[in-house]
Design a protein around this ligand. Structure first.
Ligand SMILES: *Cc1c(COP(=O)(O)O)cnc(C)c1O
Length: 336
């Protein structure tokens, strides 16, 4: 089966499993797990932040960021396609009692003008705008990179408006691989950043939230409250550490394969968006039928809207897998 549903479906490599099996561990809720501590320090350095905290998922690190940077009744501004808004089970309302304000914008970006227009001044009628969340790369927009200059411009505007800024950087290293710009250049502009080890980097479990020492100390309490305090977490943290150390540079291969996949499918007459990273969106018309027929050819993808399907390349799919997927789509085309 060529599984292109997500870059989360990867299995740990033998070397990663070995690192996990051999990891020194302790009780992380007591701060005693040397592997978790090493991972947190490694990722904080990588992102140019003072501190980081390891948690079970990117949803949890995002929600910890919201929780510690808002109060009940506050407003969180974000793009209408944001993961935090669409794919986290209503958690901003459920866990932090905040109102989410979805904003329009090209390719998952929010312009300074849009932000300024949406910003509510101090008035007894209005919720208090408190936090801007940005996403890079943008999942729903098809893995689009948030251009650094536009990112800087909207963050500058957010600072003028006295907003905090959280970066959902689940795939920030895909942005680094696509542009050659170190991830830290985006990260240093935001107060908090979340990154996933279990997306394209191929670790089995975990995300980190990074920020200044004080903010991450507060995040530790939020993690505990959300049920994310793990004990001998070094076993899984070792997989994450291995992924950050060894699998960042190879993301460019996933991008190359996504380009090949998009090109191959486009040649069959489908409308595709040329991928910037590892996500390929294809217009197919009847999504359910397309995915069913694709599965019969042993290729899996996901729906990404009424008429769009999404293919996601990752470290468990090589060149042959990509060619197989293109051939499978060609087979569907012939039968229609
Ligand atoms: C996957 C993802 C997350 C977090 O997902 P989890 O499955 O909870 O780890 C957050 N933001 C974006 C943009 C994502 O793609």
């Amino acid at each position: 089966m060529i599984d292109l549903r997500s870059d989360t479906v990867t299995r740990p490599t033998p070397e990663m499993r070995r690192a996990m099996a051999e990891a020194p561990v302790g009780d992380d809720v007591f701060g005693d797990d040397p592997t978790v501590n090493e991972l947190e320090k490694y990722v904080a350095d990588l992102l140019g932040k003072e501190a980081a905290i390891y948690a079970p998922s990117g949803t949890m690190t995002n929600q910890m960021a919201l929780h510690i940077q808002t109060r009940p009744g506050d407003e969180v501004l974000l793009h209408a396609g944001a993961h935090i808004y669409n794919y986290e089970a209503g958690a901003p309302a459920l866990l932090s009692s905040v109102q989410v304000r979805p904003l329009p914008g090209e390719g998952g970006t929010v312009s300074p003008e849009t932000l300024r227009e949406a910003f509510r001044p101090e008035d007894v009628h209005f919720p208090r705008p408190r936090l801007l969340c940005l996403e890079n790369t943008h999942n729903a927009a098809g893995g689009r990179v948030y251009p650094l200059e536009s990112f800087r411009a909207v963050v500058d505007e957010a600072r003028n408006l006295n907003l905090r800024v959280h970066l959902d950087g689940a795939r920030i290293f895909n942005a680094q691989a696509a542009t050659g710009i170190p991830a830290r250049h985006w990260c240093e502009l935001a107060d908090t950043v979340s990154v996933c080890s279990s997306k394209g980097l191929g670790a089995p479990v975990g995300s980190l939230l990074a920020g200044d020492e004080q903010t991450i100390e507060r995040a530790r309490r939020a993690r505990k409250a959300f049920g994310g305090g793990m004990r001998q977490a070094g076993i899984v943290a070792a997989g994450a550490l291995y992924a950050f150390r060894n699998h960042i540079d190879r993301l460019a291969e996933d991008h190359e394969r996504a380009r090949r996949l998009a090109e191959g499918i486009a040649e069959l007459g489908y409308r595709t968006t040329p991928p910037e990273t590892n996500i390929v969106l294809v217009e197919v018309g009847d999504v359910a039928q397309f995915l069913r027929e694709l599965a019969q050819e042993n290729v899996l993808a996901t729906p990404a809207g009424l008429t769009t399907v999404r293919f996601c390349t990752h470290l468990d799919v090589g060149d042959e897998g990509v060619e197989h997927a293109i051939a499978a789509v060609a087979g569907i085309r012939k039968r229609v």
